[in-house]
Design a protein around this ligand. Structure first.
Ligand SMILES: C[S@@+](CC[C@H](N)C(=O)[O-])C[C@H]1O[C@@H](n2cnc3c(N)ncnc32)[C@H](O)[C@@H]1O
Length: 194
């Protein structure tokens, strides 16, 4: 219990430090709450052999929820732009494929690092899309579409809770949209299907 608390505290202080260094890109001051991470993790693919691509894992709050929900660690690929956070994630999840890089280059990064992966069953993203122009969010959505298996899902949260669809979601079928109040700040989880 004490070990868990200390780990959570140390993740929060690392997150805050990275936010102070780059607030725009880090996107929030603290890791997501357990309520938000479990709302994301419930959309894992049914096929346990499918790979899952996580974008913007930060200190690993959503990653941890995905693994607790049953995702095999070796089936998780995560792209994190911040090298300090990527290094932290490699220590925390040694069997996962942690790539330091820009999510907008997911196709090239996957080809370069894990050429065996042709598609993924789900993309779970915490990228702060509101901090990017709409055209850039649309470009990301096209890349996600290209990498998803048929009927694969894109799960994205956004702090713009009044919006029915997040940036980039226009060309997808909206499967679910739910507000999670117990997070700072409250967030909306959008689930899209190809
Ligand atoms: C709002 S935080 C979410 C962190 C974590 N998933 C959570 O929910 O607690 C957004 C994360 O996206 C990362 N990020 C921002 N732009 C990125 C990009 N272009 N490619 C990959 N990661 C990016 C940030 O470094 C940060 O870790």
């Amino acid at each position: 219990m004490a070990k868990k608390f200390i780990a959570a505290l140390s993740d929060s202080s690392l997150f805050l430090r990275e936010w102070l260094a780059n607030p725009q890109r880090t996107g929030s001051v603290a890791p997501s709450s357990p309520m938000l991470t479990s709302a994301m993790a419930r959309w894992l693919p049914r096929d346990s052999d499918s790979y899952v691509l996580e974008l913007g894992p930060g200190t690993g709050a959503v990653t941890d929820a995905l693994l607790k929900r049953g995702l095999r660690e070796d089936r998780l690929v995560a792209i994190e732009h911040n090298p300090a956070l990527a290094c932290h994630l490699r220590k925390r999840f040694p069997l996962a494929h942690i790539i330091t890089g820009d999510a907008w280059q997911m196709d090239e990064l996957l080809r370069e690092h894990i050429p065996a992966i042709e598609s993924v069953g789900a993309v779970i993203s915490s990228l702060p899309l509101l901090n990017f122009p709409k055209a850039q969010a649309d470009a990301l959505a096209q890349k996600i579409r290209g990498i998803l298996e048929p009927r694969g899902r894109w799960v994205q949260y956004s702090y713009h809770i009044t919006q029915g669809r997040c940036r980039g979601g226009d060309d997808f079928r909206l499967l679910a949209s739910k507000i999670v109040w117990l997070n700072f700040p409250p967030a909306r989880v959008h689930v899209f299907q190809k």
